[in-house]
Design a protein around this ligand. Structure first.
Ligand SMILES: [Zn+2]
Ligand SMILES: [Zn+2]
Length: 416
C-alpha cells in the first residue's frame, strides 16, 4: 500500500496546529479556496502517481538490473546514508533544472502557483513530473542503489519538505544555513527579484551555498509568493497543463525552426525573437499585482467543503485500492475523482457551469454504481452501497439548492 496514506492524518493534524497558531497570532494563514486547490492537486498527483510511477520505477529497475556497476547492500547503514545524501544532491539539480528549463518548469510550476504559503502549499504537487523526473536519478541505479532504497530515500526527502512550508516558524539561526527550513524555503517561493530562483535544496541547503544559489530571507523585504505569470485559476487540470500549453503555443506560432525547439529548453519567460517583438510586455513588478480571489457565496463554500472532505476519503480509497483493481476500473476511478475535483474548483471560481459539472459527475457515479452493483470495483456489502447511493443523491439535491442560494452573480474580487 502507498505509505503516503499513513502520512495523510499527520498532514492534516499539522495543518490544524498551523491554523491554531496563526489564529492566536491573528495572522491570516489560509485562503479556503487556495487550500482546497492545493490539497486537491496533491491528491491528484498521488492518484496519477499510481500509474506514472510504473514508468519512473520501471526505468530505474531496468537500469539497476542491467547497467549497475556495484551491488550495494540494503542492510548497510552506509548505503542508506550515502543513498540519502546522493538523492538529495540529485534532487537539488532536478529542482534547479525544474526552474531553468521550460519543459521541466511546465511540470514543477504546479508547486509554485499558490499565492499563499502554508502547509497546504507543500501538498501542491505536479502530476506530470514522471515525464522527465526519472532522468535525474539514474546515477543511483548505475551505482547500484537497490530500488527499495531509492524509493525510501525519495520518500524521506519529500516528507521532510512538508514542514518547511509555513510562515509560522521564523528564522532558526545556523539551521537555516545548513538545512532547508521555513525561512529559506519561503525565499524559494518568492517572485521578488532578490529571491527568484534561489534555495533549491530538499533537505540540505548546503548545496545552494556550494553552487551559488543561496539567498537569506530579508526581514525588510517580505516575500511575495507565486509565479511571475500568475495562473489566476483554481482548475487542477489547467494548473497542470498551463505551461505546456503556453510552450506549445509559442512553438506553433514562432516562425524559425530553431526557436520552435528552443522554446522547450529555454528558461521560463524566454520568448522567441519574432514573438517578443510583436508583444509589448510591461516590466514585472511583484508589488503591484493582486491576488486571485473570486468571491463566492458562503453556501458554495460549505457545499465545496463538505464535498471536498468526501472526495478526500474517496481519494484515500482510490490510493488504497487502485493497484489491486483491473486497470480499466483503476483508471476510471482516478478519472472520476479528477473530474470531481474539477467540478469543485469550478464552484470556487464562481463559474455558472459548476452546477452542471457537479450534477454530471454525481450522476455518472450513481449510474456506474447502479449498473455494476459495486463502488468502482470494491466488494462492499449492500448497506454500504446504499449509503453511498444516498450520499450521491443527497449531494445532487444539495448542489441544486446551493446554486439557487448563490443567486448573486459571482464577481472576481482582488485583494491588494
Ligand atoms: Zn521550486
Ligand atoms: Zn516548496
Amino acid at each position: 500500500m502507498n505509505p503516503i496514506i499513513y502520512a495523510i492524518p499527520v498532514f492534516f493534524a499539522l495543518i490544524g496546529i498551523e491554523l491554531w497558531v496563526a489564529h492566536r497570532r491573528r495572522a491570516n494563514a489560509y485562503n479556503f479556496a487556495d487550500a482546497v486547490c492545493s490539497i486537491g492537486l496533491g491528491a491528484m498527483s498521488q492518484v496519477s502517481g499510481i500509474f506514472s510511477k510504473l514508468v519512473m520505477l520501471g526505468i530505474y529497475v531496468a537500469v539497476y538490473e542491467h547497467l549497475r556497476l556495484f551491488s550495494l547492500d540494503l542492510r548497510s547503514v552506509a548505503a542508506w546514508l550515502s543513498g540519502l545524501l546522493l538523492y538529495d544532491f540529485l534532487y537539488y539539480w532536478h529542482h534547479r533544472m525544474g526552474h531553468q528549463v521550460g519543459v521541466l518548469w511546465a511540470a514543477h510550476v504546479v508547486h509554485h502557483q499558490s499565492e499563499e504559503f502554508n502547509l497546504s502549499t507543500a501538498l501542491r504537487q505536479t502530476s506530470s513530473g514522471f515525464l522527465f523526473g526519472w532522468l535525474f536519478y539514474l546515477p543511483m541505479a548505475v551505482l547500484g542503489f537497490p530500488p527499495l532504497l531509492f524509493v525510501a530515500v525519495g520518500l524521506i526527502d519529500l516528507l521532510y519538505q512538508y514542514w518547511i512550508h509555513t510562515e509560522q516558524i521564523g528564522k532558526l539561526g545556523w539551521f537555516d544555513r545548513v538545512f532547508a527550513s521555513p525561512s529559506n524555503h519561503r525565499v524559494h517561493h518568492g517572485v521578488n527579484d532578490r529571491y527568484l530562483d534561489k534555495n533549491y535544496g530538499g533537505i540540505l541547503i548546503l548545496w545552494d551555498r556550494l553552487f551559488g544559489t543561496y539567498a537569506d530571507e530579508d526581514a525588510d523585504e517580505p516575500v511575495i509568493y507565486g509565479t511571475r505569470s500568475p495562473l489566476r485559476r483554481y482548475d487542477p487540470v489547467w494548473s497542470n497543463l498551463e505551461v505546456y500549453a503556453a510552450l506549445a503555443r509559442d512553438a506553433w506560432r514562432t516562425r524559425r525552426w530553431r526557436d520552435k525547439l528552443a522554446v522547450w529548453w529555454k528558461p521560463p519567460g524566454w520568448r522567441p525573437g519574432d514573438l517578443a517583438a510583436s508583444e509589448a510586455k510591461p516590466a514585472f513588478d511583484p508589488y503591484v499585482r493582486s491576488k486571485y480571489a473570486p468571491r463566492v457565496a458562503p453556501a458554495v463554500q460549505i457545499h465545496v467543503g463538505v464535498q471536498f472532505l468526501l472526495l478526500m476519503l474517496i481519494g484515500a480509497d482510490c490510493l488504497a485500492r487502485a493497484e489491486q483493481l483491473p486497470l480499466a476500473w483503476g483508471l476510471g476511478y482516478a478519472a472520476w475523482a479528477t473530474a470531481s475535483l474539477v467540478a469543485l474548483c469550478a464552484w470556487l471560481e464562481g463559474r455558472r457551469r459548476a452546477l452542471v459539472f457537479d450534477l454530471v459527475r454525481l450522476a455518472v457515479a450513481l449510474a456506474a454504481l447502479g449498473f455494476s452493483g459495486r463502488w468502482f470495483g470494491a466488494q462492499w456489502g449492500g448497506a454500504v452501497l446504499l449509503a453511498i447511493a444516498a450520499a450521491l443523491a443527497a449531494s445532487m439535491v444539495a448542489a441544486v439548492l446551493v446554486a439557487f442560494a448563490a443567486t448573486r452573480r459571482p464577481t472576481v474580487a482582488s485583494e491588494p
